[in-house]
Ligand binder design. Structure first.
Ligand SMILES: [Zn+2]
Length: 85
């Protein structure tokens, strides 16, 4: 079982997903939350994970570990780390 940090093909991740995935997720959440608002769950993130073939259980663990409990928190917290990527 390789550690995530020892896999050269896997860049540093936030919430257990790689920067490219995070960018895609943030874009998706931005559109969803602008249109519908945040309902206090991570349902939009789950939908994104399903649509993008991203492991939801792994992502959920990453979110929970970061203290994230709803979609807009992901937007608030996730928008920063990869601005320069
Ligand atoms: Zn929220």
């Amino acid at each position: 079982m390789p550690e995530a940090s020892s896999d050269p093909n896997r860049p540093p991740a936030a919430f257990g997903i790689v920067p490219g995935e995070l960018k895609s997720l943030l874009k998706f959440l931005d559109a969803r939350i602008c249109a519908e608002g945040c309902d206090g769950t991570v349902i939009s993130t789950e939908r994104w994970a399903e649509a993008n073939d991203v492991g939801w259980s792994q992502l959920l663990v990453g979110l929970t570990g970061s203290g994230i409990s709803c979609d807009c928190e992901i937007l608030a917290r996730g928008a920063r780390p990869f601005d320069a990527a």
